[in-house]
Design a protein around this ligand. Structure first.
Ligand code: PLP
Length: 480
């Protein structure tokens, strides 16, 4: 068998030499980035480590090709090889997820959502409206009718999960364009259990009557019942869109099956490809046949020219995700999240929803007397990379927050298991117990500044390094 790590090492060494011949500082930063990633305890729930095959696929001349349009119908000549890789990506996605249609062009998760929203508006609002007026093409509309259609398109309703319950900005919130495109309303979680209350959601949907019901999250540590979501959408005539950006890897890896698998229930499913799915940085849309035609219009309606090199890498990553070893990986991601959550609970820490059954854990740091910002920074000082996150009804607001979000996809890729994640919980709790809030000018407790007790950062770094050395990132990849 070929020694892939030796091949990878020599390929990257040579690539860096080529880069250094033009701009050595970029080559140096690239080396340094590998060093830093290798040396950090990466617990950011939205990050992962793609395979060398996926990474290398992105660094080719596919980047040089313009390919606006769709497979077989491009606005540029000479797209036969782009057609090959885009078709492969879409076919792999359809097979892997059991979807009727897949669109591999979105450049990111946000782009995928915006593309999906316009596809749904076209399907549900524009198409029927044109039919009503009796024209096939919107260019045939009079100015007055065009104004009316624009008004219709701009006045639709969207119901999504609230930000502090774990929803995403693109689910209709003001700082994102989705919040300006739609009248938005939101469902939250039960104040006692922290879980989605489907009855409350149903009541809200019946009252609000959204055109689009969005399910999916970035910070909800539990599984979602998509069969129930479908029922609710049907009761109010909404299109069900599921944004599985965070948990696509658990769907691909068959950890989420039955009612927990969104694909058989949703009209449109959007995702990123770089989080738990472990592919290149990008987006992907799955849809039923009904919505396929309008999703296919994504470029140039919403998206710029497709990133052919990234679509090629999506095809490679999706081929990886079809393997049995990816299924094992996905199961380990979920098992490890449990180990981490149990590790926190047995050391007396408080978790939103009291635990996890996906890939992420949301720690409420108020019991340590800290804000999320203080906890995040103290952990970073100790080499533990996480991000602060709101908790439901957050007393510290969206900037300081009261939570820290942890995810297991990245370290599971490195081979961390139960014992390591239990140890991670121990290190985190130790850092937080040894962190105290700073004092403001008027003698109050600061939400931003903090003091980490002497020696804790070094001790934590040493303990992390021991685990990281045992589970090297890209084993065998040597740039020396
Ligand atoms: C990460 C995320 C996105 C955005 O993905 P980008 O690739 O950063 O644009 C969208 N939706 C959800 C639920 C996410 O978690």
């Amino acid at each position: 068998m070929t020694d892939l790590s030796a091949l990878t090492s020599s390929a990257y060494k040579q690539a860096l030499e080529v880069i250094a011949s033009v701009e050595p500082r970029v080559a140096e930063a690239t080396r340094k980035e590998l060093e830093d990633q290798r040396a950090s305890l990466k617990l950011i729930a939205s990050e992962n480590y793609a395979s060398p095959a996926v990474l290398m696929t992105m660094g080719t001349w596919f980047s040089d090709k313009y390919a606006e349009g769709t497979v077989g119908h491009r606005f540029y000549a000479g797209c036969q090889n782009v057609d090959t890789v885009e078709t492969l990506a879409a076919e792999h996605a359809k097979e892997l997820f059991g979807a009727e249609y897949a669109y591999a062009q979105p450049h990111s998760g946000i782009d995928a959502n915006l593309t999906a929203y316009w596809a749904i508006l076209a399907q549900r609002v524009e198409g029927p409206w044109l039919e009503n007026v009796g024209v096939k093409n919107m260019n045939d509309l009079s100015e007055a009718d065009w104004e009316k259609l624009r008004h219709e398109l701009g006045n639709q309703r969207l119901l999504g999960m609230s930000l502090d319950a774990g929803g995403h900005l693109t689910h209709g919130f003001r700082p994102n364009i989705s919040g300006k495109m739609f009248h938005q309303n939101q469902y939250g979680t039960d104040p006692v259990t922290g879980l989605i209350d489907y009855d409350a959601l149903r009541a809200k949907a019946k009252e609000f009557k959204p055109l689009i019901l969005v399910a999916g999250y970035s910070a909800y540590p539990r599984r979602v019942n998509f069969a129930k979501m479908r029922e609710i959408a049907d009761e109010v005539g909404a299109t069900l869109m599921v944004d599985m950006a965070h948990f696509a890897g658990l769907v691909a890896g068959k950890v989420f099956t039955g009612d927990e698998n969104p694909v058989p229930f949703a009209d449109v499913v959007t995702t990123t490809t770089h989080k738990s799915l472990r592919g290149p940085r990008g987006g992907l849309i799955l849809a039923t046949k009904e919505y396929a035609g309008n999703v296919d219009r994504g470029c140039p309606m919403v998206l710029g020219g497709p990133l052919s090199h990234v679509m090629a890498a999506k095809a490679v990553a999706l081929a990886e995700a079809k393997t049995e070893s990816f299924q094992t990986y996905a199961q380990n991601v979920a098992d490890n999240a449990k180990s981490l959550a149990d590790g926190f609970l047995k050391r007396g820490a408080k978790l939103v929803t009291g635990g996890t059954d996906n890939h992420l854990v949301l720690l409420d740091v108020t019991s340590f007397g800290l804000t999320g910002r203080q906890a995040e920074q103290a952990l970073l000082d100790a080499g533990v990379v996480t991000n602060r996150n709101s908790v439901p009804a957050d007393p510290n607001g969206a900037w300081y927050t009261s939570g820290i979000r942890f995810g297991t996809p990245a370290l599971t890729t490195r081979g961390f298991g139960h014992d390591e994640f239990d140890n991670v919980a121990d290190l985190v709790v130790d850092v937080l117990k040894n962190t105290t809030p700073g004092v403001t000018k008027d003698g109050g407790s600061s939400k931003a500044t903090y003091k980490l007790a002497d020696g804790v950062a070094d001790k934590t770094r040493a303990a992390s390094a021991e685990m990281l050395d045992k589970h090297p990132l890209y084993p065998g990849l040597d740039l020396a």
